[in-house]
Design a protein. Structure first.
Length: 326
């Protein structure tokens, strides 16, 4: 069948696949009270993941990001990477991690087929890192980033959520770091979720403010790449690293949407914010179900909305970002 496409002409070649909603950090913008299971969890098995990847590859998915929670808490994480890498139609395999297990496992994951890695580092001040994440793991995470660079990853990105009155003073420190370090630094504008209204009102910082500051200091907007999605990427001739801004409240943010999400319990989410999700798990039990699964994907894409409605204060059913992988 043809590539997944919605009624607005957007094509979807990127899948964010959550494998667990468990996380061992307590970030204030996501899980301030730590992970609290909602009943007995039953996450997709390795076999179900293989069926899911096969179906998405058949409809044009070329990039798969393994997400969580903290995806590397799965004991079979390396096996999941191998399973995705075994599908030759998937060109890029990535993950997003808090870096907790990165130092010890970077080379093993690379050898299994992982090629891109995003590490969440919300501050380069160890005390602020602890305040935001609830974990005193700054030095360990930074050693993990060094291990990823040494392992040969094609691209190492650092994710930092912009937080007013917390890490907003860290920009000079971040810039100093990427002057001689070839990483991509991603600043992500804080998004409101169902459980985070008060936190959002206190700490939201407009990404446009950071963009204006960067451009005033000589950073230039790069031409968009097909893999960039909604990120606006900036480079500077004096810096080895790049900066990307993800600004969900900016005009036309959704016009370049190229990604879909599947939660750890096998539900398809057309948007991070707008709907309950459609169960796919009943069609992940056998390769013989592939045609029906592919048809279900195409049918759901015809229902995708044009935008996320965050501007109207509508956050959908997403209680916290760990629930469907951010």
């Amino acid at each position: 069948m043809s590539q997944l496409q919605d009624n607005f002409g957007r094509r979807f070649h990127y899948l964010r696949m959550s494998v667990t909603d468990v996380c061992n950090f307590k970030c204030g913008y996501c899980l301030p009270d730590g992970y609290r299971p909602n009943g007995k969890q039953s996450f997709m098995t390795l076999s179900e993941i293989e069926q899911l990847v096969g179906a998405f590859a058949e409809v044009g998915t070329q990039k798969i990001r393994i997400t969580g929670g903290e995806p590397t808490l799965r004991k079979d994480f390396t096996d999941i990477v191998r399973a995705v890498a075994a599908n030759e139609q998937v060109k890029t395999i990535a993950t997003t991690t808090n870096g907790y297990r990165l130092q010890q496992n970077a080379q093993e994951w690379y050898d299994a087929g992982l090629r891109r890695i995003n590490v969440s580092v919300d501050s380069l001040d160890p005390r602020m890192f602890y305040q935001i994440t609830g974990e005193n793991k700054f030095d360990s995470v930074m050693r993990g980033i060094d291990a990823a660079l040494e392992a040969g990853f094609e691209r190492v990105k650092i994710n930092a959520v912009l937080l007013k009155d917390l890490n907003d003073k860290d920009l000079p420190r971040f810039l100093h770091w990427i002057k001689s370090t070839p990483i991509d630094l991603r600043f992500i504008e804080l998004m409101q979720t169902g459980l985070g209204e008060e936190y959002f009102n206190t700490h939201h910082l407009a990404g446009a403010d950071i963009q204006a500051r960067l451009q005033a200091e000589g950073w230039q907007l790069d031409q968009s790449d097909v893999d960039d999605g909604p990120a606006r990427n900036f480079s500077h001739p004096d810096y080895q690293g790049r900066i990307g801004l993800i600004m969900p409240y900016s005009p036309n943010f959704c016009s370049t949407c190229n990604r879909l999400r599947v939660s750890a319990n096998g539900k398809l989410h057309l948007c991070l914010f707008t709907e309950q999700g459609l169960d796919l798990r009943d069609l992940l039990q056998s390769p013989a179900q592939r045609p029906e699964l592919v048809e279900r994907l195409h049918a759901q894409l015809r229902l995708k909305k044009e935008t996320h409605f965050l501007h109207q204060g509508f956050t959908g059913v997403t209680q916290h970002l760990a629930s469907i992988g951010g």
